[in-house]
Design a protein around this ligand. Sequence first.
Ligand SMILES: Nc1nc2c(c(=O)[nH]1)N[C@H]1C(S)=C(S)[C@@H](COP(=O)(O)OP(=O)(O)OC[C@H]3O[C@@H](n4cnc5c(N)ncnc54)[C@H](O)[C@@H]3O)O[C@H]1N2
Ligand code: MOO
Ligand SMILES: [Mg+2]
Length: 430
Amino acid sequence: MCDTERIVDMKFDRKPIPVTDAVTKVMEYARFGGTEEVSINECENRILAEDITASHPIPPFHKSPYDGFALKAEDTKEAGSDNPVTFHVIEQVGAGHRASRPIESGEAVRIMTGAEIPEGADCVAMFEICQTQEENGKSYMTIKRQMEEGQNVIEKGSETSHGDVLVEKGTNINPGVKALLATFGYPTVKVGRRPVVGLFATGTELLDVDEKLQPGKIRNSNAYMIAAQIERAGGIVKYYGKLEDDFDTCYQAVTNAFAEVDMLITTGGVSVGDFDLMPEIYEKLEAQVLFNKIAMRPGSVTTVAEKDGKLLFGLSGNPSACYVGFELYTFPVIQRYSGVAKPYHRKIAAILGKDFPKPNPFTRFVRGYIHYEEGKVLVSPAGMDKSAVVTTLANTDALIMLPGGTRGFAAGNAVQAILLEDSTGQATFE
Ligand SMILES: Nc1nc2c(c(=O)[nH]1)N[C@H]1C(S)=C(S)[C@@H](COP(=O)(O)OP(=O)(O)OC[C@H]3O[C@@H](n4cnc5c(N)ncnc54)[C@H](O)[C@@H]3O)O[C@H]1N2
Ligand code: MOO
Ligand SMILES: [Mg+2]
């Protein structure tokens, strides 16, 4: 048998594997990309590579939650509506300042929100319940209510103690995490490196976004879509442009790019057509094909190969198949590289919002969107459900995962929805 016949034979000899097996195979080659130190100003949506530990208690001192007077509660024990008790106001303390001396019985300090409670004081009476007067150049304050020890005092360490682990490594840095980094004095933070993900679109039919439509041609939408998916997943896009379906050009371009990136994505040319060149390219590259057929729709032809520990993702050319293939197989690899503790998209139980009567011989990932009704989470198909469809994707933020061997679903049925725009994640695919 000559080489061409052998390759052609291999092309058609594809054994579909279950989705979970495909995910497992890919993740065997997914690795953590190491760490780097970034400024607090540039760490949004990066992944913590160190635990955030309280470097001091919060608050770091007993502090006042109100503007008022700090005093000894004991001094108010006789106070009542008919029995005002008067205090000598010895000084005024704003946030950022401290009282110059401890207070004595009968004394009060005018204190502002956020200021340290003076030594000797054990409560704060809000301005609203106090009356003030001046006499002979001295300030006095009168109160007609009893105060309790500890009243209106935020105790040192009441929020968190020194040494508490507050955010674990592997967590996405959101605005709240940034607040903690600043609180505990982290001008820089250790995060996971982001992978450089190379990207090619293949297909002689592809036009650039600024080109006029021509007979038989279409604009290259997958490159823009995948670039945005890479960024949404936390990767750095290295777009190499589009390639015509010519073996030597494609082989050379893929070989060169593969050496420069942490992983490479191609779209198109993975099926069995005369101009589907990717199978031959993997062969010539001597890459190990992990799978080239998956028991799923869309994206059954999604192919993943490995060479020297790096992954090549051969995503389908059909836009919906390409989109789904990325979210199932490339997304968790990018997440793992970046150090995300839970690298898979979060899957939730939801109620199907519209009928989906199509039978599902294989696991089907219907592009859908989440909505809420009467406190319930619903997910509805976003539109036409064909592999070649592009328009439905604009309205997609979830994939409705319908098991193989089912005969269609009706509105109201319980289904599983894979959330594409939720950074919580989950530790396993299932
Ligand atoms: N005889 C068979 N034919 C096909 C099979 C099969 O098993 N046997 N599988 C079908 C399935 S399923 C899919 S999915 C497609 C996969 O095709 P390829 O991945 O080889 O992609 P292409 O042939 O290059 O293109 C398919 C389709 O997508 C359009 N396309 C390609 N690139 C882009 C892009 N960057 N932006 C927008 N659209 C793009 C292309 O024009 C084609 O229409 O194969 C089936 N065939
Ligand atoms: O791979 Mo194709 O997308 O199954 O439709
Ligand atoms: Mg094809």
